[in-house]
Write a protein that binds this ligand. Structure first.
Ligand SMILES: [Zn+2]
Length: 174
């Protein structure tokens, strides 16, 4: 049995000891969520011994989103990060593409093929040159994730998350 405390809220609240058991001939690869503060800790155990333990999910960009970004769009970015951690890179960029599309709908652009939405958002003045460039790159990677049989590598997936968070913060100024 492994015992640990949440690295995020330990010290701030009464320490909440987490016991993890994985004794038999199994490997456990997953994410522990602290129910006190919702912090997530990736863990791998093998026959009862911890193989790897990180303080937080890698590339946690979603926490840098402005507070005015709608909750469901923030959830898409969190899901993209979870997909990235699970090595599901196409799913990751597809979620970022979805966040981009939902953000345009939220800003009043009618739901239609994303390319058309981007054109409309540019001609209406919603997207300046900088956000348009970010959005086009997210769409490009997202299209690979959704439509084409090409590979996305881990660095690209991380970059797309980062770019999507920057774009959303430009669109939803806090
Ligand atoms: Zn915690």
């Amino acid at each position: 049995m492994a015992q640990l405390v949440c690295p995020e809220c330990y010290g701030k609240k009464s320490s909440n000891q987490i016991n993890i058991e994985c004794k038999t001939n199994v490997e456990l690869h997953g994410i522990i969520r602290c129910l006190e503060c919702q912090h997530e800790i990736p863990i791998t155990m093998h026959k009862g011994f911890i193989q790897s333990l990180d303080l937080a999910l890698p590339g946690t960009q979603s926490k840098f989103l402005n507070s005015s970004v709608p909750a469901d769009i923030k959830e898409d970015i969190e899901e993209a990060e979870r997909a990235n951690y699970s090595q599901c890179y196409k799913a990751c960029v597809a979620m970022c593409r979805r966040a981009l599309q939902l953000s345009l709908i939220d800003k009043g652009i009618e739901d239609k093929p994303l390319g058309k939405m981007l054109e409309e958002a540019t001609s209406s003045g919603l997207l300046g040159a900088k956000i348009y460039a970010l959005a086009t790159s997210i769409k490009g990677y997202g299209d690979i994730g959704v439509h084409r049989r090409e590979k996305i590598d881990p660095e690209e997936a991380r970059l797309v998350i980062y770019t999507t968070v920057r774009m959303l913060n430009e669109l939803f100024i806090s």
